[in-house]
Design a protein around this ligand. Structure first.
Ligand code: BGC
Length: 342
């Protein structure tokens, strides 16, 4: 009995020491990871489609890369393609990069891969469009519901007597699109503006967006307004109203302010823009992920001022033809590059 007790005590001691040893090693590993040198850090930003909007995000990514000195990779599929986004996530998880920012075209489908990255010790955040039910650490981008409400309010001002409005979008799974539509519809509730069903969904294919805009105009000669949810939807509506000879008559409210949008705004073919700050989405994603690799997740989130909501709101501007000069000044103040003349 005595021998057994001694044996049990020795065993407990040995197991205890082993456990302490492992815990220390893990602690060291964490500390090691959290103090990575900036030059050894690689972060990845995965976008949604090839478009000047995403080129602006890429500029933000590359500027941050240069300013900070970490390596940053930017990738987008040609058009809405959740399968391609997932396989790209898997590639970078296997490469053990130091951080990933992803704009999921389908938050539910992407959820398990965000978890996979987090389980592999890769801090993962979302940008442009969120996946709040996933394990992502935070979201960097527009508050899309609120921005959708602003779009709806702009339409109410443009159509004080009401009328039929059509909505064109590139996704009916991505959260940013759904929230913008929800916000827009909430804003116009109780007014004489009615939305045509179904909503046009082009899957982020700009050729299809134009076809859908044209066929909607042909089928609805009394169309009073059009809402462009994604960056190429506004220009698609603009081209279509020109082709159908109703430019100016159909009031267009559109997200984003690429050079093409600005041209249509100057021509008074598009009437109001909800301009996102996509440059910041790219820049801030790289900044925050790099900080996480340098200092660990908690310290980085605190230092960066990520709020409890886990939403880093990059903000929007409501832009009209008359307000272009002011908008240009705002961009200059914010340090967002642009190459159009007001
Ligand atoms: C959206 C992106 C989309 C882009 C181009 C933007 O308005 O925020 O999610 O990929 O338009 O379609």
């Amino acid at each position: 009995m005595k021998k057994f007790l001694i044996f049990a005590l020795v065993l407990t001691f040995v197991v205890g020491m082993l456990l302490i040893g492992t815990a220390c090693k893990e602690g060291e590993k964490e500390a090691e990871e959290a103090t990575k040198e900036v030059g050894d850090i690689t972060v990845v930003v995965i976008g949604k489609s090839v478009h000047p909007y995403w080129s602006n995000v890429e500029t933000g990514v590359m500027d941050a890369k240069e300013d900070i000195g970490a390596d940053a990779v930017f990738w987008v599929p040609t058009e809405e393609d959740i399968a391609a986004q997932i396989s790209t996530m898997e590639t970078y998880i296997a490469q053990e990069v130091d951080g990933i920012a992803v704009a999921p075209s389908d938050p539910e489908a992407m959820g398990p891969y965000i978890k996979k990255a987090m389980d592999a010790g890769i801090p993962t955040i979302t940008l442009d469009t969120d996946a709040p039910d996933s394990e992502r650490l935070c979201y960097v981008g527009t508050s899309n519901k609120a921005a959708g409400v602003e779009a709806g309010e702009a339409m109410i001002e443009l159509l004080p007597d009401g009328g039929t409005v059509s909505i064109g979008t590139g996704s009916l799974t991505a959260m940013n699109s759904l929230e913008r539509i929800e916000g827009f519809e909430e804003a116009i509730e109780g007014t004489d503006i009615t939305v045509i069903e179904p909503i046009n969904n082009d899957g982020e294919d700009s050729t299809k967006a134009l076809e859908l805009a044209n066929s909607t105009l042909v089928a609805n000669p009394d169309l009073a307004g059009a809402f462009g949810v994604y960056a190429y939807n506004g220009p698609a509506w603009a081209k279509a109203v020109k082709e159908q000879g109703v430019a100016g008559d159909v009031k267009i409210v559109a997200f984003d302010a690429t050079d093409e949008h600005i041209e249509y705004l100057k021509e008074d073919v598009i009437h109001v823009l909800v301009a996102q700050r996509e440059y910041f989405q790219g820049y801030k994603s790289v900044e925050l992920l790099t900080l996480m690799a340098q200092k660990g997740i908690d310290e980085a989130m605190e230092e960066y001022g990520v709020p409890d909501s886990k939403i880093v709101d990059t903000g929007v501007n409501i832009v009209t033809h008359e307000g272009l000069e002011e908008y240009a000044e705002t961009l200059e103040e914010l340090g967002i590059p642009f190459d159009w003349e007001p």
